[in-house]
Design a protein around this ligand. Structure first.
Ligand code: PLP
Length: 386
């Protein structure tokens, strides 16, 4: 089998699996003061240090959650609700890039429905898949009240790296808060938490287990808890922590800490894939190709080879990828990312994503290209016969 869907979930790394299994064996609650409780807490605090280190943050900025979706909601709802008490600093405007994950977009829109004074502006992106900084600059100048800006560090569908330092500068000049969704970027590019106020991470996108994530929060940034109860994690996210998930998350983050060699290897595989794809199908389009992209991600389309047909063909050949579109109620809807980039609907319906990670091999790359080439030939024969 050839797994090229690391941006959906990266298979668990052996060191992470070991950490999960060790944590499950502790049998203690991190809040308990007895020996097993202390052992559990030690595991959790080590993971906190490792996760924080990935973004150059202090361990006490880390709040463990159930994953990135929860972290996005906690950041957005928490920031708006947390700003209610602040005189003259109520968040009234939210700027989100059009290529954010639905976890950010849906939460932002829900906020605007819930709080009448919150307005959401969706910022355009270029045809190459990079946020339009000028639109942000202009937008931040207009309107009253504090703004919150949400821009991802890199896109999960096509891998384009976003200009976070420039976004941060604009946000700081306007006194706005900045939320960075670093889910696909973590471990692939250097992350600098000092540029933002909130940062979102997810364990299963980096070789950790599913169901564990983190929100990093700058000291002093507004944050109202969304889960209340036992007061865990300084009262900001109540509930007994998912110790095994957190331990696995920490181990994955640690494995990535000196991942220079791994990144170079993944980049080599991705580049080889794209070169071979272009040789097999010269008409193939690689989205955001001219931009700085994550080493792990290739968003592409072979015109005439529809994504749903391709996924079935690839699967029959043992190759696993994602479509660059989503299928809901039997109807294929074009990816909001590609739509925001102005990609024609007909081409977007052919969009696929190959995403590479720690377990990917050259064998996977070759199998994927061979399968795509077969599909293309079949499609060409079908359209010639028609
Ligand atoms: N943000 C981005 C950019 C993602 O790619 C994803 C998952 O695909 C999420 C957020 C949500 O992550 P999780 O599955 O941990 O909730």
């Amino acid at each position: 089998m050839h797994y090229l869907d690391h941006n959906a979930t990266s298979p668990i790394r052996p060191e992470s699996l070991l950490a999960v299994s060790h944590a499950l064996g502790i049998g203690g609650n991190p809040s308990s003061i007895h020996a097993n409780g202390r052992a559990a807490r030690a595991v959790m605090e080590e993971a906190r240090e490792r996760v924080a280190a990935l973004a150059g943050a202090k361990p006490d900025s880390v709040i463990f959650t159930s994953g990135a979706t929860e972290s996005c909601s906690l950041a957005l709802f928490g920031a708006v609700e947390g700003s209610l008490e602040a005189e003259n600093a109520r968040i009234t405007r939210i700027f989100v890039s059009a290529m954010e994950h639905k976890a950010v977009l849906a939460a932002a829109h829900r906020l605007a429905e819930r709080f009448a004074w919150v307005r959401v502006t969706v910022l355009p992106v270029t045809a190459d898949g990079v946020i339009d900084l000028e639109a942000l600059r202009v937008g931040l100048r207009e309107g009253k009240g504090r703004a919150l800006v949400a821009v991802m560090a890199a896109n999960n569908e096509i891998g384009t790296v976003q200009p976070i330092a420039a976004v941060s500068k604009l946000a700081r000049e306007a006194g706005a808060l900045l939320l960075v969704d670093a889910v696909p970027a973590a471990g692939k590019i250097a992350l600098d938490f000092s540029l933002c106020d909130y940062m979102v991470l997810s364990a299963h996108k980096m070789g950790g287990p599913q169901g564990a994530g983190a929100l990093l929060v700058r000291e002093g940034a507004p944050l109202a808890p969304q889960l209340v109860g036992g007061g865990q994690q300084k009262g900001l996210r109540a509930g007994t922590e998912n110790l095994s998930g957190i331990a696995g998350f920490g181990a994955a983050a640690h494995a990535l800490a000196d991942g220079e060699g791994e990144r170079a290897r993944i980049a080599h595989l991705r580049d080889h894939f794209e070169t071979a794809l272009k040789q097999a199908a010269p008409e193939a389009v690689i989205f955001g190709m001219e931009q700085n992209r994550l080493c792990s991600t290739s968003g592409f389309a072979i015109p005439g080879v529809r994504a749903e047909t391709a996924l079935i063909g690839l699967d029959l050949d043992g190759v696993m990828m994602s479509a660059g579109s989503t299928c809901s109620s039997g109807k294929l809807s074009v990816s909001h990312v590609l739509a925001a980039m102005g990609v024609e609907e007909k081409l977007a319906a052919c969009a696929l994503r190959a995403s590479f990670g720690w377990s990917s091999t050259m064998d996977d790359v070759q199998a994927a290209v061979e399968s795509l080439q077969k599909l293309r030939e079949r499609m060409t024969q079908t359209s010639e016969a028609a």
